[in-house]
Design a protein around this ligand. Structure first.
Ligand code: ZN
Length: 235
């Protein structure tokens, strides 16, 4: 199997909030897309790991994914150690993505920035011929960082106006997390999550003059061949 795009995330339901619209758009463009969740959310207050994985598979249909996997690493205490990195690197060699999307390297939840660090290092390891003798070396060409959780200026924004509703349907597949009212206030209602994610996507969409957008960061410079055809009106 060779994927065009693989998003790696700490928890099931992360990509549905960060880069799901972009994944849908790429699938609609004919690319092979996939998601690898590192944990099954076993420390979550509501729902069992089995329920979360079943929900993530329902969400995968909305996201039009060709492949979704879960490494079932320990939730809320994700560790970037050699065994975790090796497991991830071998999985990257199996699914051979050209583009990898990682969470941004800063954030409130330790699992998110650890997933970023582990993902970056595993992409490097995956390219080493002698890493293991059972899989072919493969190093992703491009690494994008999904910057939704942090307030930073994106390198670029993907217009997901046409994909926003489908992304929302994917997120609402996690009925254990977003199902109905909750007295504790810890779990947002559907209305609350719609307003919150709608506002964030509107903010980033506004940066490029469209309705809804998803922000990304790249470490390297972007190349432009035709400055006359550049999109996004200057302000
Ligand atoms: Zn998360």
């Amino acid at each position: 199997m060779a994927l065009d795009v693989l998003a790696i995330a700490a928890h099931p339901d992360d990509v549905e909030q960060t880069c799901g619209g972009t994944l849908i758009r790429m699938a609609e463009a004919g690319y092979r897309t996939g998601v690898l969740d590192l944990t099954a959310g076993d420390m979550g207050t509501r729902g069992t790991p089995e329920e979360r994985i079943a929900e993530s598979e329902a969400a995968a249909k909305h996201l039009r994914l060709d492949w979704r996997g879960n490494l079932r690493m320990p939730d809320a205490r994700l560790e970037n150690n050699i065994s975790a990195r090796m497991t991830l690197a071998v999985k990257i060699r199996e699914v051979k993505p050209r583009v990898v999307i990682l969470p941004y390297w800063e954030g409130r939840h330790p699992d998110h920035y650890r997933a970023c660090e582990m993902g970056y290092e595993a992409c490097f390891l995956a390219g080493l011929k002698k890493l293991d003798e059972y899989s072919e070396p493969h190093r992703p060409f491009k690494i994008l960082y999904s910057g939704l959780y942090t307030n930073i200026k994106p390198s670029f924004v993907v217009d997901i106006s046409a994909q926003f509703e489908r992304r929302m349907a994917a997120l609402l597949s996690y009925t254990s997390q977003y199902g109905g009212a909750d007295a504790s206030g810890l779990f947002p209602s559907e209305q609350e999550i719609r307003e919150r994610l709608g506002a964030i996507a509107r903010f980033y969409g506004n940066l490029i003059g469209v309705r809804y957008g998803e922000p990304f960061i790249v470490k390297e410079a972007m190349e432009i061949g035709d400055i006359v055809a550049m999109p996004v009106r200057s302000i």
